[in-house]
Design a protein around this ligand. Structure first.
Ligand SMILES: C[S@@+](CC[C@H](N)C(=O)[O-])C[C@H]1O[C@@H](n2cnc3c(N)ncnc32)[C@H](O)[C@@H]1O
Length: 324
């Protein structure tokens, strides 16, 4: 294990201290806008470009309980630092996987529209990625209530880092779930197996010896699985085109997958956090299933995409749009 992981302060995340995070926030991205001690939600009328000047955020100065059904535009660590302890019942999130190759052009498959990820937000050095992951996971543990559920997505590129950090923090890992993609992209090199799964680590936000009474809607899951116990192997196709009508995100998760997680691990009315909201798949699933949602996303275009998706789905249900 690298020095970066072994230097994570064990149990630090569960202390209600005003401890600063392991890394400083990245100020080159839009920062949360603070007014009268409150973090302002994403403003849909704001121009995308040029981005508002970054606002210096003073961690632990005036923490707030974020309102439900909002997306905060900004760096996740800085934004989380502005939230009160125990603000959420659960966190379901899909962080950068550290797959991207910076600005290098990836290989493409001649017979599909597959393009290798080269998003800037997904490219870290190994040490930086470990520090970044430890920092946001520590904040998530602080803002989620004790024994609240934390679900974190990953692939083989990052899931071992996430698992090692959770173990180092002595948290209770309940399951790892395999999302199997029956229509996965073919392997263009033909030198290894077709990568057709992603993982989801399910953590109970407590010390592994103290964890208790986490939410698991056993009956719902059993009903969803034709009356048999739900297994931790879920076959769900890749995000269909019908879910991309409002725009594209390179890592958009299928709604069926997100709805299953929301149904399994939260109750109606729960406050659910997604601190890497992207196109808003977690938020949309929560909205549909009557959970309150709070997203954090640093790319304004994705914030807007997420709101558009939620509003469109609300229109179909003849509900009012989000910010009315
Ligand atoms: C893997 S994607 C999430 C995709 C999402 N699950 C969906 O279905 O659309 C990760 C997202 O986190 C955002 N992101 C990356 N680093 C961030 C940071 N430090 N703070 C806030 N957002 C960040 C990226 O812009 C990207 O949209």
């Amino acid at each position: 294990m690298s020095a970066a992981i072994s230097s994570i302060p064990v149990k630090a995340a569960r202390k209600k201290s005003k401890r600063r995070s392991v890394t400083e926030p990245d100020l080159s991205y839009p920062q949360p806008v603070i007014q009268n001690g409150a973090v302002l939600p994403f403003d849909r009328e704001r121009a995308y470009s040029p981005i508002n000047a970054p606002v210096a955020f003073q961690p632990s100065e005036q923490r707030i309980l974020p309102l439900g059904n909002q997306i905060y535009a900004g760096d996740t660590i800085a934004t989380l630092q502005g939230f009160e302890d125990n603000s959420f019942d659960a966190c379901i999130t899909d962080p950068p996987y550290n797959i991207a190759r910076g600005n290098k052009k990836g290989m493409t498959w001649a017979f599909s529209n597959h393009v290798t990820m080269h998003e800037k937000w997904d490219a870290y050095s190994t040490d930086d990625y470990e520090r970044f992951t430890a920092a946001w996971m520590s904040e998530v543990c602080r803002v989620v209530k004790p024994n609240g559920n934390i679900f974190i997505f990953g692939s083989y590129h990052n899931i071992y880092t996430v698992g090692a950090i959770a173990t180092r923090m002595e948290m209770k890992i309940l399951n790892s779930i395999i999302w199997a993609k029956p229509n996965a992209q073919p392997n263009i090199t033909c030198r290894m197996f077709t990568e057709s799964t992603e993982q989801l680590v399910w953590i109970c936000n407590n010390h592994f010896k103290k964890a208790s009474k986490w939410t698991y809607n056993y009956a719902h899951m059993k009903a969803l699985n034709g009356g048999k116990q739900m297994r931790n192997y879920w076959e769900i196709p890749l995000t269909p085109k019908s879910e991309k009508t409002e725009g594209k995100h390179p890592a958009q998760k299928p709604l069926a997958l997100m709805e299953r997680i929301v149904l399994a691990g939260t109750h109606p009315g729960d406050r659910v956090l997604d601190c890497f909201a992207g196109s808003g798949s977690t938020l949309l699933a929560c909205d549909k299933l009557d959970r309150r949602w709070i997203g954090i996303e640093r790319d304004d275009n994705y914030c807007d995409l997420a709101y558009r998706r939620i509003d469109r789905e609300r229109q179909q249900r003849r509900l009012l749009p989000v910010n009315t």
